[in-house]
Design a protein around this ligand. Structure first.
Ligand code: HT7
Ligand code: ZN
Length: 861
């Protein structure tokens, strides 16, 4: 299997002016005719087109060609003129395509997914992002089976043909790469609205879904309007077509797709209604709608030169959707959630054999690079530009980026250069964030000089799993706090610092940097990396008193939360290393500060919920080389139980205080706190009483958040009530696939001893669909995040067998599940011994996809 390298990039020998596509939908296949105008680009007169559909004919400038070369999914054409029109006819087996890539059927409707390389499953083309063309699409299908026929751009004609056929023509006025092409055909209901842009253009907004779920689409439509308004206000970016369509598909490999003017979404990120979606689902729908909408500028108008530059559009667009959610809801809560996610998912990826830079230098299968690193670390990289340049400077840079590159396919250097030029600064060192893999660590030491009243702090940067890494430009936001809790704005003596609006940002740029602050009356406690100003791990030897000072008095709300996390981590570490964890007695300062926090009426309940949430196994495991999995899970659990027992009365009182009378989305914070507390109470000794609470909450719930809250709390408890509630849930929601996904996930995550058998049996449950990506993610992939049961012989065997089965029809999903094996490299060696034969078994599968081959071979290394 060949590896592709960034360094080998070459422009194509021909470029495309226009492509006219015709789709004729037949009973068992689709005839696709593409007419493409090519124009020479350089000296070569040969052309290689990517394609894997059944090729029926090749016509160049009206003459049928018979001596073409077709091999390895490539059509080679030689001795071509400088300009020519190529007409290609293919037959696409859309109705048997279970890969959810290219043109495929889902519940009788047809959808496309072309990013990254799906267009080549439809026709033979220069299927790469630097080839941008104007697309016209004609779709012909049976009027009863396919009353709705959609593609990119504006509808320019619709007519009825003979034999009950309809023909619709769409024209997209913007040049685009093939990965942004889309087609939808089928039976759909829709809701619509309009949005008037800041320059006064009226845009039609339409959300399509199957008729039975159309009543769950209003939140999606409202979210779209909010996104359009926000992008105008925050970044001065306006929508550019007459219509914006979103279509929901129940079979989709990822979250959603930003095809020009015709987004296709996983139903998971469209449907949201109180009875069937949780508060988190509502926020996620809004965020994904925003994300795809924001791509219209960051991805579509300015796209990527090649797939190595994927983070150019994804990191930037994730940053934009994070800011959207932060502006519309709580900025602190959003930041904490994003950092938790980054630490649990991206830091672990970067500590695994699959670690790669934000801009990878090589890949076998690009599908494998839609990763946490490209998306989430990529978003942190974009955030750092804003931290360094301030919002105004960042917006200037973005405006210059669009001014220079609108309509082009560009690179991460182009983005960095626009930021640098618009602000007249040198950002060349910053490019290392794109090329160096691994999470930087900062070893921090400090010194207070009583005589001079100077405080100095030294940072040593390194990347442990990338020892040759060069020193990066790292913005570290810092504050100093005195023993009385006063936050001071220090007088800084160094050049490479930024001081603005009560904020001090230190710019680390060497292997070791020291910063000196003057006029400090006593040895302060440093509040380091405020707001998580860079995606790094800091090591500073805080003593207990300092952590409590930060947790109580830091002006930076993120770092107050962070100090509490450090307090919990210290305690979990004490349990992990204890000779007799059974005799563990909790440090009373922990229960005291949690008690204070819960009593503090000034703190938002959502923030309280996050503040008492303990760090997750996935986040902690990377700081435990050769992790003893059971011991670490047990240590976290022990701390949780100790808190529950130490504060039972108060937890119960606060639980009751946060009950809500009738559903209001604005009470989401209260629900989050209440459900977190219920989870705690279930871990305490008073199980009988807590089970009653769970049962009552489940019975009285008027919303999905509280139902799932009750089920999650009891999910690890061996009680008949758990079974009753799960049965009741399955009956009530049997006809709601997305709700059943939650039910499968819960069972897959359970810490009860029958979990492996139960998960294996659930594959045959009537609500399960062994080919549907959402189902496979909710049961099979979710199981790889169950530390106790996945990390067993039977657990590894179950996942290996599933990967082999799924790989035969959907390599994308199989590859994403195979990722679950990568964290084992950091665990005790017995786990590696156990997993190796399973990985070898996968490697031995005949016709193993590139997707799985790449992941497993790298995991085995
Ligand atoms: N840009 C989109 C990528 C995507 C995708 C990639 C591989 C396979 C299936 C896929 N569906 C969508 C998603 C995004 O907006 O980031
Ligand atoms: Zn995206």
């Amino acid at each position: 299997i060949a590896t592709k390298y960034l360094k080998d990039y070459q422009a194509t020998s021909y470029l495309v002016d226009t492509i006219d596509l015709k789709f004729e939908i037949k009973d068992t296949f689709v005839i696709v005719t593409s007419k493409t105008k090519y124009q020479q680009n350089g000296a070569s007169n040969s052309l290689e087109l990517a394609g894997s559909a059944e090729l029926k004919s090749v016509i160049i400038d009206g003459n049928e060609l018979t001596d073409y070369k077709l091999a390895d999914d490539k059509l080679s054409l030689n001795n071509l003129s400088a300009n020519f029109t190529l007409e290609i006819v293919t037959h696409v087996d859309a109705f048997n395509n279970k890969s959810c890539m290219g043109l495929y059927a889902s519940n009788g409707n047809l959808f496309t997914q072309c990013e990254p390389e799906g267009f080549r499953k439809i026709t033979y083309y220069l299927d790469r992002p630097d080839v941008m063309a104007k697309f016209t699409t004609t779709i012909i299908g049976d009027k009863d089976l396919y009353p709705v026929l959609l593609s990119n751009g504006n509808k320019i004609s619709e007519k009825t043909l003979a034999n009950n056929q309809i023909e619709v023509i769409w024209e997209d006025p913007y040049k685009k790469p093939s990965y942004l092409f889309a087609l939808v055909a089928g039976k759909f209901a829709f809701i619509d609205d309009t949005f008037t842009t800041k320059s006064g253009r009226k845009v039609k907004l339409e959300v399509y879904s199957e008729a039975e779920s159309i009543n769950q689409c209003q939140h999606c439509l409202e979210s779209l309007k909010r996104a359009m308004e926000w992008d105008e206000k925050r970044f001065n970016l306006e929508y550019d077509l007459d219509v914006y369509m979103i279509v929901a598909s129940g079979d989709f490999n990822m979250g959603a797709m930003e095809n020009k003017g015709l987004n296709i979404f996983n139903t998971k990120y469209v449907l949201a209604e109180t009875k069937t979606a949780t508060d988190t689902d509502f926020i996620n729908v809004e965020a994904v709608v925003g994300h795809e909408y924001f791509h219209n500028w960051t991805g579509n108008r300015v796209t990527c030169r090649d797939w190595f530059q994927l983070s150019l559009k994804e990191g930037l667009t994730v940053f934009r959707d994070q800011e959207f959610t932060a502006d519309l809801h709580s900025r602190t809560v959003k930041r904490i959630q994003d950092v938790k996610n980054l630490r649990q998912m991206q830091f672990t990826e970067d500590a695994s054999p699959l670690s790669h830079p934000v801009r990878p230098e090589s890949y076998m299968e690009i599908n494998n690079f839609y990763t946490m690193t490209v998306y989430e670390k990529g978003a942190e990289v974009v955030r750092m530009y804003q931290t360094i340049l301030d919002k105004e400077g960042f917006n200037r840079g973005l405006a210059l980026y669009f001014e220079r590159h609108d309509g082009y396919a560009v690179t991460c250097e182009d983005f960095c250069k626009a930021m640098a030029d618009a602000n007249k600064i040198d950002l060349s060192q910053f490019m290392l964030w794109y090329s160096q893999s691994g999470t930087p660590h900062l070893a921090i030491s400090d010194h207070y000089n009583e005589a001079t009243k100077e405080y100095s702090i030294t940072f040593k940067q390194s990347i442990p799993n990338n020892p040759t890494a060069k020193a990066m430009l790292i913005p570290v936001s810092i504050g100093l706090i005195l023993d009385n809790g006063k936050n001071i704005i220090p007088d800084i003596k160094n050049h490479n610092t930024i001081v603005r609006d009560n904020e001090v940002i230190l710019l680390l740029n060497e292997a070791e940097n020291t910063f000196i602050f003057g006029g400090i009356s006593e040895k302060p406690t440093p509040s380091i990396l405020r707001g998580f100003s860079a995606p790094v791990i800091i090591n500073y030897a805080y003593d207990e008193k300092q952590l409590y000072t930060l947790a109580r008095h830091d002006n930076d709300s993120f770092n107050r939360w962070e100090a509490l996390q450090s307090i919990y981590k210290t305690e979990i570490n004490r349990i992990y290393h204890s000779e007799s964890p059974d005799k563990f007695e909790i440090n009373q300062n922990i229960t005291k500060i949690i008690s204070e926090l819960l009593n503090d009426a000034t703190i938002d309940p959502a923030l309280k919920a996050l503040s008492i949430n303990l760090p997750a196994f996935a986040e902690l495991s990377i700081s435990y080389p050769n992790t003893d999995v059971k011991k670490l899970v047990g240590s976290i659990k022990r701390l949780k139980s100790a808190i529950a027992n130490g504060l039972e009365t108060q937890l119960l009182a606060v639980y009751k205080d946060n009950q809500t009378v009738s559903y209001d989305f604005n009470d989401a914070g209260k629900r989050a706190l209440k459900n977190t507390l219920l989870g705690y109470l279930m871990q305490g000794n008073n199980t009988g009483k807590s089970i009653e609470l769970v049962a009552a909450q489940y019975k009285n719930a008027d919303n999905m958040t509280d139902k799932i809250g009750a089920l999650s709390a009891i999910n690890d408890i061996d009680s008949p009530v758990r079974h009753q509630l799960l049965d009741n849930f399955a009956q009530e929601y049997a006809n709601y696939p997305l709700v059943m996904d939650k039910w499968f996930s819960l069972q897959s995550q359970s810490q009860l001893p029958d979990t492996i058998d139960n998960v294996a049996n659930l594959l045959n449950h009537p609500s399960f669909d062994k080919e549907n990506p959402n189902k496979l993610y909710s049961l099979v992939r979710a199981f790889t995040a169950n530390p106790i049961y996945f990390n067993t012989d039977a657990g590894y065997n179950f996942i290996a067998e599933e990967i082999i089965r799924i790989d035969s029809f959907n390599p994308g999903v199989a590859g994403r599940i195979a990722n679950g094996f990568s964290s084992i490299a950091n665990y005790e060696s017995k786990y590696q011994t156990l997993v190796k034969p399973q990985l070898q078994k996968i490697m031995a599968k005949e016709n193993l996809s590139r997707d799985v081959y790449e992941i497993i071979s790298k995991t085995l290394q």
